[in-house]
Design a binder for this molecule. Sequence first.
Ligand SMILES: [Zn+2]
Length: 316
Amino acid sequence: MASPFPNDIVNAFCIDLEEWFHVCEVSTPYDDPKTWETAQTCIVKDTEVILRLLDEAKTKATFLAVGWLAEHRRDLIKRISDAGHEIGCHTHFHRLVYELTPEQYEADLTRALGALREVSGQPVAVFRAPGFSIKPSCFWAYPIMRRHGVMVDVSIVPAPRAHGGINAFARDPFILHTGEGTMKVFPMSIMTALGQRIQFSGGGYLRLFSMPIVHYGFRQNHRAGRPVMTYIHPREVNPQQPRLKLPWKRRFKYYVNMETTEAKLRQMLQSYRFGTVADALAQVKHFDEYEMADGDIVPVREAAAHGSADVAQGAD
Ligand SMILES: [Zn+2]
């Protein structure tokens, strides 16, 4: 039978597993994690919708979970893991990384990884920062991640963005020499249009854009042989979720076209091949190599790159 897909590229389907009130950068009644225990919860029901869509498409995905959920919604993490999906980490308390000190970040990360590994029984080696909040001021997070067994980071948006976002950053997945070992960095997908870098395949962008624009972004990346990295939150399939009081710009982006998400996800899943982050990386034949230098990320010099085959293998 002919494949229903336009090409063999396996794209990464990611879910940022968090509650409807896990919003970044604005103050809400849920700033203090103690309030989370008694807050209304939607995540189990909303995640079931996404699990059903993935089942329909016979696709496995990577669920980047807030570590707090492993302590308070153990059954949900187990249910996702038992269904064969990959569990990754979205910090413990959903704080922006660039607002933390390295010590605070390390404490948060190790608590999250410990809880998620214990409940899921999985290695938990993929990390995404809340609000894609890895930027040059906190590249110090990479050696910390690697030291604690994170082998792939999916936190960078190589385009302008409200919080996080590094314009002109690499678009292809690459190997990063952190000084604590190598890991891979898989940037969020963007497309270029009218000379601008724009996100198209996740969250508010997926809800805002019509499907022809989303398909345009997929085609542009696939023509370059690049798998697409997506993301969605469970709350985005639930138009009935409780509403937060947010500044109007955030409110628009946070809630726009919520009723279209499920149909768009279904269409995306039927139009392209998807898998976990590991599945998407497994097909990439060449990785550029970068290293940390004076807190920055720079290409590995030619001579050093040739001598580093042994280190590069460590990132597999
Ligand atoms: Zn998040």
